[in-house]
Design a protein around this ligand. Structure first.
Ligand code: GAR
Length: 210
């Protein structure tokens, strides 16, 4: 395990229960990572209040405050970089990061999505799975690339879809499993490292270069 905990910057757009799970896990020094800042694309969300309560610095970059999307993306990258992250965790961040962001942090940005990739990418993973009629769905942690939820898969967790489910009930069941997956996988990334070969990712140190 590295001598110093990995520095995580977490980006949120909403309630931030995944962020809270990371904050709670990181309270234990053995976890191997700490949340050094929380950013959002909007003001006033519960995720930012969770960071405040934990004494973690926050920042907000709103798309509407910038001339265009690339300018917003550059400002977001700049704000994140100020906190010198080892890893950036998108945890319910409802915007796509752009080229400048990925140029700066590419390979060190992970996102959690409420579906079993490659099924049901996009903004409505739980609703789309329910509407399609699958009997199993779940959550996926992946390394962010330029696509929509297309990056290399780091971890997945599955939950059943029940006949009585509506979107909220299903999403809540997904989120319970998702938080456990996120905490486990981010901790392993911090403590062990992450190796990506083609489409496949595994925890562990990169092979030494000879
Ligand atoms: C999570 O289920 C996350 O996977 C999803 O938003 C929820 C955020 O919950 N993200 C997306 O759908 C991104 N496309 P939280 O704010 O309580 O952590």
């Amino acid at each position: 395990m590295p001598a110093t905990p990995a520095r995580l910057v977490v980006l949120v757009s909403g309630s931030g229960t995944n962020l809270q799970a990371l904050l709670d896990a990181a309270a234990d020094p053995a976890y191997g990572a700490r949340v050094v800042a929380v950013g959002a694309d909007r003001d006033g969300v519960e995720g930012l209040r969770r960071a405040d309560r934990a004494g973690v610095p926050t920042f907000v970059e709103r798309l509407g405050d910038h001339a265009d999307r690339p300018a917003w993306d550059a400002a977001l990258a700049h704000a994140v970089a100020a906190h010198r992250p080892d890893w950036v965790v998108l945890a319910g961040f409802m915007k796509l990061v752009g080229h400048e962001f990925l140029d700066r942090f590419g390979g060190r940005v992970v996102n959690t999505h409420p579906a079993l990739s490659p099924s049901f990418p996009g903004m409505h993973g739980a609703a789309d799975a329910l509407a399609y009629g699958v009997k199993l769905t779940g959550a996926t942690l992946f390394v962010v690339d330029a696509g929509v939820d297309t990056g290399v898969i780091v971890a997945q967790t599955a939950v059943p879809v029940l006949e009585t489910d509506d979107t909220d009930a299903l999403h809540e069941r997904i989120k319970t499993a998702e938080r456990a997956m996120l905490v486990d996988a981010v901790g392993r990334i911090a403590r062990e490292g992450l190796v990506v070969e083609g489409r496949r990712a595994r925890f562990g140190p990169a092979a030494p270069v000879h």
